[in-house]
Ligand binder design. Structure first.
Ligand code: SF4
Ligand code: SF4
Length: 489
């Protein structure tokens, strides 16, 4: 054990515990199926996998990420259902086209999820890191493959330390090839959200990929392989910025996996007490190290909350399984808050100030998002009034105004837009008969409107510019503008 670690243990009053100078011949524990595990304090973390409710939750949530691989192949009205069309600056999602002018709706969606992240962290720590984060999930899958090919942690550590041999390469090479294949499939799937997925596959077999997509797919694929396969927990500990800011989001009421020191200490192995011998006064922790062995970031939760803890709950599963075997109540390691350990009663989640503030902003973002989506029209009309001159006095006594009308086709079908104008009696107008606009494109035309001067009762007279899609008359929009004229006589 390193001197630093010994010091830590002394500070915690745990001098009796020697982590990796363990007594592996502890028959009492073996008899009840509890293994005393060594703790490896250096090198790659090779975590042990055991079943439990948090492990199950992790797998269920990880399945959500399958959508990343399947999403690009979904079709909607004959088009890719989810597509970021960067070339045409459009985002298509299930028949809805979001153009740059509607980008605020995406901003609201991002705001909602950012606040959801903050609120969930305030309530239960790094839920994102422990269960949802793509790095955590990919690392989990990569290490699962490693376990299938190389075996349990001890075997993996021995294999890592063994000199290069044919036997070693026969195990290591397939593992790295599978990791790389998953990395490349991940990056391919990511890029497929920005271009037609089937077309991307087709062009792959014809070797017709462009330089940009080839570079992105290779770079992202290798990065996935490197981060999830090689760096693993070091990404969470050393690189992830969210790990650093989460400290500002939690407080004494936040529940995180915690070791119940009062109940667990002094820790020690179970001993058979001989007649006449006094039983040692031990806490419930039998110092089996299982909670440390299962931790994907190599944290010893008994040392208290630590930076490396991603609050995945796997140490809770581990300790509960041990408590079950030694017939003690579960929960020696459990989701708990500092306030709970200080004997304070936790207020309900919805009465906590942070949750109220985060929840309020989330509700605002959700309302704005729903409003934006519900009122989003497949057509957007803007009419820009000519500034110089504002109006022209015609020789026949009419006053003429000029607009540039821009029509955005936000739908998935071509549009044939017809323009008409409604206003004071005698109003006449002149514009392109039909404006043809392809999906996601903008059509533009010049509109000239004339009104007899005697009909103008003010310098600003309201007029309505009406646009209707002749292909689908239900798609229409009225644009309110003003006709500008001289002072009435
Ligand atoms: S200490 Fe427990 S909750 Fe934290 S990362 Fe390790 S296993 Fe997960
Ligand atoms: S906290 Fe639980 S799992 Fe960890 S060493 Fe103690 S008894 Fe074993």
């Amino acid at each position: 054990m390193s001197e630093n670690k010994k010091e830590l243990y002394r500070d915690n009053g745990q001098t009796g515990s020697v982590l990796h100078e363990f007594d592996s011949s502890n028959k009492n524990l073996e008899n009840i199926g509890v293994e005393i595990l060594p703790v490896h304090t250096s090198g790659t973390v090779h975590a042990k996998r055991i079943d439990g409710k948090f492990r199950t939750v992790k797998w269920i949530i990880a399945a959500f990420w399958l959508s990343l691989f399947l999403g690009p192949y979904l079709r909607w009205d004959g088009h890719q259902a989810i597509l970021w069309d960067l070339a045409n600056r459009q985002f298509h999602i299930f028949g809805l086209t979001i153009l740059p002018q509607d980008i605020w709706i995406l901003a609201m969606i991002l705001l909602f999820f950012a606040l959801l992240l903050a609120a969930s962290t305030a309530v239960a720590g790094r839920l994102w890191c422990g269960y949802f984060c793509f790095h955590t999930v990919w690392t989990d899958v990569f290490t699962w493959i490693e376990e299938k090919l190389e075996g349990q942690p001890n075997k993996r550590i021995k294999l890592d330390e063994a000199p290069v041999s044919l036997e070693k390469l026969k195990i290591k090479i397939p593992k790295h090839l599978i990791w790389l294949a998953i990395g490349l499939l991940t990056s391919f799937s990511f890029v497929a959200y920005f271009t037609d997925a089937y077309d991307l596959w087709g062009r792959l077999f014809k070797l017709e990929w462009g330089g940009v997509e080839t570079t992105i797919i290779l770079a992202l694929g290798v990065a996935t392989y490197f981060f999830a396969g090689w760096l693993r927990e070091q990404t969470c500990i050393g690189f992830c910025p969210y790990a650093r800011i989460q400290g500002a989001m939690i407080d004494t009421q936040t529940v995180v996996p915690t070791y119940d020191q009062e109940r667990g200490e002094p820790r020690g192995r179970m001993k058979r007490v001989k007649p006449g011998e006094e039983a040692p006064q031990l806490g419930d922790c039998i110092d089996c190290n299982l909670c440390v062995a299962v931790c994907p970031t190599g944290v010893d939760i008994r040392l208290g909350q630590q930076f490396g803890c991603i609050t995945c709950g796997l140490c809770i599963d581990a300790c509960d399984s041990v408590m079950e075997k030694i017939k003690k109540p579960k929960g020696l390691v459990r989701y708990a808050s500092l306030a709970e350990f200080a004997g304070k009663k936790l207020p309900p989640v919805w009465k906590r100030p942070r949750v109220i503030v985060y929840g309020g902003i989330m509700a605002f973002a959700a309302a704005a998002m729903i409003y934006g989506l519900a009122t989003m029209s497949p057509i957007d009309v803007k009419a820009l009034h000519e500034r110089s001159p504002l109006f022209v006095q015609m020789s026949d006594g009419n006053i003429q105004n000029k607009w540039t009308v821009k029509i955005v086709n936000k739908g998935a079908e071509p549009m044939e837009a017809q323009i008409s104008v409604v206003g004071p009696e005698g109003l006449t107008y002149q514009a392109d008969k039909i404006v043809h606009i392809q999906p996601g494109n903008v059509g533009s035309t010049t509109l000239l409107v004339k009104i007899p001067r005697k009909q103008l009762t003010d310098t600003n007279v309201p007029v309505t510019i009406k646009v209707v899609d002749l292909n689908n008359p239900a798609i229409r929009e009225d644009y309110q503008s003003v006709f500008i004229g001289p002072k009435p006589r």
